[in-house]
Design a protein around this ligand. Structure first.
Ligand code: 13P
Length: 247
């Protein structure tokens, strides 16, 4: 079984004082048995990388441009993220798919760009409520997986995050059986495409994961960790989730 990953996506939250949360996380859990990652806003990556130097907390970006440089005002490239100390980057988050109309083809290109900069890409996939109610969940998730992930995926350079859009920030989650069904489907597709290495690729669950439901979700077969939004902002909440994934 792959080593579990507790990943926090801070989204557009956090000023410099929020670095104290990372210090508190480390103080409470200095030697986690799972991998721990925080993806803060780009403005904090450099300073967080310094705080995390030599400790078991990795730092990642929340998006990258598919090009390495150029006339793209406001964007950040994968080599720039790596240059600031990031080792992971989230690509294709549903908030970016919805707000900026990011397509699977773009996410595929961003993932390849992340790999070229030696970053591990966390590729997000997930259905909307309408799609779930129309019984299209596996169709949507399968299509996004096939089209967003390039052929050169390995267990080291790729993490999949299954994030049902309707569960993000809503306090609603799928049932454990529903989570298992989608994660097992993703595992099957990964093994079909990448062979035995597909068993080693981590599949995170994301969407209203919190200190109360983390232990149950962490125990679902083929759940290899969590991508946590709101409950990653405070060390006191996130520690409980890290501990659930440590077990
Ligand atoms: P919440 O944990 O706040 O629902 O956010 C999940 C998410 O979008 C992580 O990427």
């Amino acid at each position: 079984m792959p080593k579990k990953l507790a990943a926090g996506n801070w989204k557009m939250n956090g000023l410099r004082e929020a670095l104290g949360e990372v210090k508190a996380l480390y103080a409470a859990c200095p030697t986690p048995s799972c991998d721990v990652l925080i993806c803060p806003p780009a403005t904090l990556i450099r300073s967080m990388s310094k705080v995390c130097d030599g400790i078991q907390i990795d730092v990642g970006g929340q998006d990258c441009h598919e090009n390495t440089s150029g006339a793209h005002t406001g964007d950040i490239s994968a080599p720039m993220l790596a240059d600031t100390g990031a080792t992971y980057v989230i690509v294709g988050h549903s908030e970016r798919r919805a707000t900026y109309g990011e397509t699977d083809a773009q996410i595929h290109a961003k993932t390849a760009a992340a790999w070229a900069a030696n970053l591990t890409a966390i590729v997000c996939i997930g259905e909307t409520l309408d799609e779930r109610e129309a019984d299209k969940t596996l169709h949507i998730v399968g299509g996004q997986l096939a089209k967003s992930v390039p052929d050169a995926a390995t267990p080291t350079n790729l993490v999949i995050a299954y994030e049902p859009v309707w569960a993000i920030g809503t306090g609603k989650t799928p049932t454990l059986a529903e989570i298992e069904a989608v994660h097992t489907f993703i595992r099957t597709r990964l093994v079909e495409r990448f062979g035995p290495q597909g068993h080693e690729m981590r599949i995170l669950y994301g969407g209203s994961m919190n200190p109360k439901n983390a232990t149950d979700i962490a125990a679902v077969p083929n759940v290899d960790g969590g991508l946590v939004g709101g409950a990653s902002l405070k060390a006191s909440d996130f520690i409980t989730i890290v501990q659930a994934l440590n077990a």
